[in-house]
Design a protein around this ligand. Sequence first.
Ligand code: UD1
Length: 379
Amino acid sequence: MRLVQVVGARPQFVKLGPVSRAIAARNRAGAAIDEVVIHTGQHYDPQMSEVFFAELDLPRPAVNLEIGSGPHGQQTGRMLERIEAELLAHRPDAVVVYGDTNSTLAAAVAAAKLRIPVAHVEAGLRSWNRDMPEEQNRIVADHLCDLLFAPTDAAVDNLAREGLGARTRLVGDVMYDAVMANVLLARQRSRILEAEGLLPGAFAVVTIHRAESTTDDRLPLVLELLGGAAALGLQLVFPIHPRTRAALSRVLPSWRPPAGLRLIDPVGPLDMLRLVEAAAGVVTDSGGVQKEAFILGRPCVTVRSETEWIETVADGANTVVGLDPARALQAMRAFAAADHAELARRAAARYGEGRAAERIVAEVEALVSSPSPRESAGG
Ligand code: UD1
């Protein structure tokens, strides 16, 4: 069986790891799965891409389409054209797409149009905010894909409400698998705490990168919130995404970080896990970082008006504060009281036993070996 996996952005590289390892394990057990990785090139800076492949020991992409940045229609359209050509050349039995980026959307559309069975990892997430490009992408991907790998019960419910229950499989969360594997490497290999002179528990990690956080009107409010938090006395360490750095020089060219807020270049995946695990807490607008924090038992403040990962809030690990500095400060003051072991235990109860990737590969194999995959996928 030939399986094409399409990735392009940072969080997808992280999720690819466990699935690739599960494929390798199946092959060691006698299966013959020919894995072909296609990198769209959505993320291209070495610290946004190459470092993930090197540190997480990911399979080399067969091709990097080098699509790069651009307006959504252009970026997605270029990907669609190039992915279609690659799928025609490789003729896979199935395609796997991840998450909610423009790379996910393009690959799902390309595969579905060619009638190649396609599976969506991290299906069923909903923010109910159609202003987010990620929400648009995940809705279209879910409705086009033949197999929907839901990480949580909430995701299963969302898919059922949209009439997609028959194609849905609750497999657990590949991010959980990834964190469990990578945190061990991070403890051994990362030197970020030493390099930045950070003491465990004495700092918080900040990440802000989303389109809606970096607009001309909202970015100043995000910075005001971070400025207030920096005055709390907890050192803030902010590995800054290129989009956010570009937005800063566009919107507020003369802004300089206040004392207590340290901007650093984007960090690799092992340094990021090390930072999160050693932090008192996390302040973020990222989906993946909210979950990495929860899995590692660290409290999170989410600088957005909603979250797809509702169980992080229900389990007391995450506070969604929008752009309200007072709420953010209140939640950050509570960082010191968090019970790390208890939060990590709750995350483990939510996201599976670290076997999501294994289940995903088994389901894809079953889909491919069934005589009429599209019909039997149902929904
Ligand atoms: C994308 C995803 C988002 C995901 C995020 C992870 C979409 C719509 N969004 O957002 O869901 O959470 O990846 O990081 O797909 N840039 C660089 N170097 C890079 C990559 C990007 O400089 O290697 C800059 C460019 O200026 C670009 C901007 O970042 O215009 C935004 O990049 P883009 O790929 O459009 O979206 P992300 O913000 O990274």
